[in-house]
Design a binder for this molecule. Sequence first.
Ligand code: FMN
Length: 307
Amino acid sequence: MQLPLALRTPVPLVGAPMAGPGGGRLAHAVSRAGGLGMVGVNQSRDAAWIEAEARIAGADGTPYGVGLMAWAQPQAPDQLEAVLDLRPALVSVSFGAYDEPVRRLREAGITTATQVGSLADLETALDSGVDVIVVRGGEGGGHGRNAMATLPLLQMVLDRTALPVYAAGGILNHRGLAAVLAAGAAGAWVGTAFLGCVEAAGSPAAKTALFRAGETGYGRVFDVAQDVAWPPEFGGRAVANDYFDEWVGHEDALDAPARDRHRAAVAREDFSVAHLYAGEGVAALTHEVSAADVVAEFARALLTRDR
Ligand SMILES: Cc1cc2nc3c(=O)[nH]c(=O)nc-3n(C[C@H](O)[C@H](O)[C@H](O)COP(=O)(O)O)c2cc1C
């Protein structure tokens, strides 16, 4: 396995793109601490937003990555143009059709990655010519498939490709990083463990709710509530709250008053109704820390005797 230059970081750790909490400030802090931080771009961001966050992420020549949502690209062509101009160290395009963006990025000499949630996804990824595979298990926070857990999918993917493979979903600390490195992964692609960081873009109320959270739920409730056009095969994993429990399993019946209730709860930060995307590892978050502390904790995986 030949690791692209962009991924030869002191700590084999990518700060996963997370639309919302994962802006330029978090990406910069992760990269400065020895990982590679990424900026998460949601479907409604324009080129100016990407450029502004990239300036923060890349301050002082710091390397950073950008994560795009594949399904949103046809409606938001400016996103890819902005990224091609910026030339980040790594660009991921995940969830939907990404052949064309991957082709253009690679043509421009930019290292590409995509997240796969099944063996069928792996075939699609290999056909696209992408440089790096991210195995994303259903434990992971935010959107993706819920078809397989990280560990079984990781083992099967490692048996099937010589490309660099990052493991994502439920990797919380140095123990998880050590495990996936031992299995043969090039590193870990971590989102949830960074959600409580000082540099993450969540409000104080959102972080407090994350620190109190226990269980997560997977489904489309919050996409239907917000009328977001995520393809149905990519549900989201979020903190399980009263609203999720009420609507999961009958999302089709989610009506205008229920949408209004959700919108109002988002505005007043009532997290018994409003969504907080996070993976199963959210239960390990207890208080605000710096991204450098989180990266340093993961780096303990490299001290093989310290387990
Ligand atoms: C709040 C949140 C937002 C996310 N947004 C994105 C995104 O914009 N683009 C993307 O490719 N993945 C996104 N993800 C998924 C992550 O890239 C990654 O797969 C996941 O966080 C890994 O699992 P973990 O949360 O257990 O570490 C998001 C995850 C979270 C928790």
